[in-house]
Design a protein around this ligand. Structure first.
Ligand SMILES: [Zn+2]
Length: 306
């Protein structure tokens, strides 16, 4: 009996250790610890940051939602990093492009990020009819950090709930991104107000309708996989893929609801290449049909004509 109890205690303690110790604390060096939340750790390049409270509030609400959906109590850290220090903490420019590290950290922009400012520049010449709608959601100054920092923080947090169970085992980047977008839509839909969802939806729809991507080198899922880091470097092309993934995620969420998130995460865990090796496209398609049915697979297909 004593041995059983001992074994149980060891098991419980080791589980707990894994859940908080997965966070890579080497990424926190040189940052100020900010005391704005009891739900997760916050670090920042500024000692007294402004304008991050609503992002933190949304992440707190999203954590409650995700913890319940995925049956976790996820420990994680959020790093708010200003433009000059971006490359020290993030793995990809430009400053303010939100990202999730495999080991428990999210990196978000601080103040007016380069990412948002560049996008804002591109909006200046638009006719008043379009600008008016955007201003309703992003304010007179068209503050796009409300999209890149605030709305997309939900997407990055979603990634962490996957990485916590798969580490860096990735069968397909595009499946990860569908999952990130699915989490983004579901969490936003479950926030107290619909402001964040409306903002992300208006802005993504605007990007799709404006269709000002320039020449896109990559358009297929195969290219997204093979040239992932090249696509990431070519910001516009990556943005185009993300709008496509967003539309698919929204459709999946509307049709299949909150329950679909956990099913999709289980699928990503089951097909982790660290466990089952690399699956070819034909096998993957069969697995998708078997797990989710033809309707879902049809939605996931990327049409290359635009
Ligand atoms: Zn993502």
């Amino acid at each position: 009996m004593k041995i059983y109890i001992l074994v149980l205690i060891i098991l419980v303690t080791s589980c707990k250790q894994v859940s908080s110790e997965w966070i890579d604390r080497t990424k926190h060096e040189g940052l100020y610890k900010i005391d704005f939340s009891n739900s997760f750790k916050i670090l920042c390049t500024a000692e007294n940051p402004e304008n991050i409270k609503s992002t933190i509030n949304n992440l707190e609400e999203a954590k409650i939602f995700f913890d319940e959906i995925f049956d976790e109590d996820l420990k994680f850290a959020v790093l708010f990093v200003d433009n000059p220090n971006w490359n020290k903490y993030a793995f990809s420019p430009p400053p303010g492009m939100p990202q999730a590290h495999y080991q428990g950290n999210i990196v978000l922009g601080l103040d007016n990020s380069v990412m948002a400012m560049r996008a804002e520049q591109g909006l200046k010449q638009l006719p008043d009819s379009i600008l008016g709608t955007l201003k309703q959601h992003f304010g007179k100054e068209l503050n796009l950090d409300l999209f890149y920092r605030d709305a997309l923080s939900l997407h990055e947090l979603g990634h962490l709930y996957q990485f916590f169970r798969t580490e860096n085992g990735t069968q397909r980047h595009w499946l990860n991104e569908i999952f990130g977008n699915l989490c983004q839509v579901a969490a936003a839909k479950n926030l107290e107000t619909q402001d964040v969802f409306n903002r992300m939806d208006v802005y993504q729809q605007f990007l799709i309708n404006a269709n000002k991507w320039g020449e896109l080198r990559f358009k297929s899922l195969e290219q997204f996989e093979e040239d992932y880091f090249e696509v990431l470097k070519q910001g516009q092309n990556y943005g185009w893929y993300q709008t496509q993934f967003y539309l698919k995620a929204k459709e999946l969420y509307i049709k299949f609801g909150d329950d679909f998130l956990n099913k999709f995460r289980d699928f990503l865990i089951d097909i982790n290449p660290d466990k089952v090796g690399r699956i070819n496209d034909k096998e993957l398609n069969e697995l998708l049909i078997k797990n989710f049915g033809n309707k879902v697979v049809k939605i996931l297909e990327l049409k290359n004509d635009r």
